[in-house]
Design a protein around this ligand. Structure first.
Ligand SMILES: Cc1cc2nc3c(=O)[nH]c(=O)nc-3n(C[C@H](O)[C@H](O)[C@H](O)COP(=O)(O)OP(=O)(O)OC[C@H]3O[C@@H](n4cnc5c(N)ncnc54)[C@H](O)[C@@H]3O)c2cc1C
Length: 451
């Protein structure tokens, strides 16, 4: 009986291991990346994934700085062979105004990260998980982790309990390190004192796929389109088969206070947004409208003796700049390198071994978060939509939007700082010319704060 969910019934699991070097809870991009790297380094690695892949997941637009990471984990050729849509940039529009802002990744500071991909996550996540399997990890699907167990003093993670499909009693796996990659389910966050929600980014999303849309001609046809409206913002993410993912992110209260169904809210919002309505003219929705809580959060502690959290299990940022998959995979790579160093050095992993992981990961999140918050602040938003006084500032911003937050060069950091200085001047300019001009143009802030 294979350990993978490759089509055979998963009722008996005779090869289920009682122990491993690393046990990974969750087989999304974060879990698969960690498992691939560990298995390739020769560690006994077990992945426990609750669902049977392929399964739907939202989060379909990837960033250019993800591409070298695909290469580092050895999956780039497989990904390219699957024929994903190439994405060369992003186009931002304001509803009902003349503000537009194209982002061309090739114009980033180093020019080495010109493109990425738009992917259907069911296929993409299955490909990554299969790659982890082919790299040597023991992957169990339909395997729900119910508990992480700790040493008697409650400090060191020792392993997990997992309920396999078709079984009544959970099994145990002991491991030298437990990695929580359970995404927004955030299995371990409770043990660590819960998640800290960002009150400024309390949002929800509704989305669906359509069979086609009016895509731009030429190389920009694969770009993500973002439209800001008084309700929030839309994404349109084109796929290589001609179909498109369409979603709206709005304040969570708009969902709570809606009079009808989410589907009605979504359809009415499409109709109210000419930029989106026009792009979808003549196309057919191919799935039910789904909704998901989209609030941003962080977890005060993301590692300890024998465990760490990666990806959405650790932190989540509003997806306006498509940062989630990159953060998940980069954090997993950082974690794998910390774990490897510790296991090679002393055969166990202590909290102190995750110091670099925490530092680099949190710094990257902060760099992204500065821009995500800015998207909801009039002075940052107007700066973003206005031609920069120096083209290098725009190139610095492009570098961040392409995902260059983990290994930002001094030059990139300088020009990003310059952007923030411009935003500070813009704040003064907005105050002098009277409050509200840009807010009314975008609607975002008024919607957030109420009329
Ligand atoms: C509305 C919205 C739009 C988004 N758009 C984008 C985008 O365009 N680009 C982008 O990069 N990101 C986007 N994201 C974010 C992106 O989806 C996530 O950041 C990314 O999926 C995180 O990967 P992960 O591996 O940490 O978690 P996930 O991909 O969520 O994987 C976690 C896995 O853990 C499994 N699991 C959960 N609990 C258990 C358990 N107890 N036992 C075993 N398995 C378990 C789940 O089944 C799942 O497969 C978006 C998010 C939202 C909400």
């Amino acid at each position: 009986m294979p350990v993978s969910g490759d089509g055979e019934e998963s009722v008996h699991h005779p090869e289920f291991p009682a122990e491993a070097d690393a046990v990974v809870c969750g087989g999304g991009p974060g879990g698969s990346t960690f498992a691939t790297l560990m298995a390739r380094m020769g560690y006994r690695t077990v992945v426990l994934e609750r669902e049977k892949f392929p399964r739907f997941h939202i989060g379909e637009s990837l960033l250019p700085w993800n591409v070298p990471l695909f290469e580092r984990i050895g999956v780039l050729a497989k990904l390219k062979a699957a024929g994903p849509q190439v994405k060369r940039g992003a186009r931002f529009y304001h509803q009902g105004s003349s503000f537009t802002r194209p982002v061309v990744f090739a114009n980033g500071i180093d020019g080495d990260h010109p493109s990425s991909f738009q992917v259907k996550r069911a296929e993409f996540d299955a490909l990554l998980l299969q790659h982890a399997r082919e790299s040597g990890a023991a992957v169990f699907e339909e395997a729900r982790v119910t508990e992480v167990f700790f040493s008697a003093d409650g400090k060191r993670a020792r392993g997990v309990k997992v309920l396999l499909k078709g079984e009544g009693e959970p099994r145990s796996v002991e491991a030298k390190v437990v990695v929580d990659a359970t995404g927004r389910d955030a299995l371990m966050a409770r043990h660590l004192g819960g998640r800290r929600r960002d009150p400024l980014l309390d949002r929800s999303a509704a989305f669906a796929h359509y069979d086609t849309f009016k895509r731009a001609e030429g190389p920009t046809g694969g770009d993500i389109v973002v439209v800001t409206t008084p309700d929030g913002w839309w994404w349109l993410i084109p796929f290589s088969d001609g179909s498109v993912s369409v979603g709206i992110v709005m304040p969570a209260r708009r969902f709570k206070e809606r009079p009808g169904t989410v589907e009605r809210l979504f359809e009415e919002s499409v109709a109210r947004t000419p930029e989106v309505n026009d792009l979808l003219a003549g196309s057919k929705r191919t799935m039910d409208v789904r909704a998901i809580a989209d609030y941003s959060y962080s977890t005060p502690r993301i590692s300890g003796d024998g465990f760490c959290l990666v990806g959405d299990a650790a932190c989540f940022l509003d997806p306006v700049f498509s940062t989630g998959v990159l953060l998940a995979m980069e954090s997993a790579e950082l974690a794998a390198s910390s774990v490897d160093r510790a296991l090679r050095g002393k055969g166990r992993v202590d909290a102190a071994d995750f110091r670099d992981f925490e530092k680099i990961y949190r710094r990257a999140v902060r760099r992204f978060a500065g821009f995500v918050h800015g998207f909801y602040q009039p002075h940052m938003l107007e700066t973003f939509y206005t031609s920069a006084p120096n083209p290098w500032i725009e190139r610095g911003v492009t570098t961040v939007l392409g995902g260059g937050v983990f290994h930002a060069t001094l030059g990139a950091r300088f020009w990003i700082f310059a952007f923030h200085v411009c935003a500070a001047f813009m704040r003064v300019a907005q105050a002098l010319r009277g409050r509200g001009a840009f807010e009314r143009a975008t609607g975002i802030v008024e919607t957030q704060e109420g009329p």
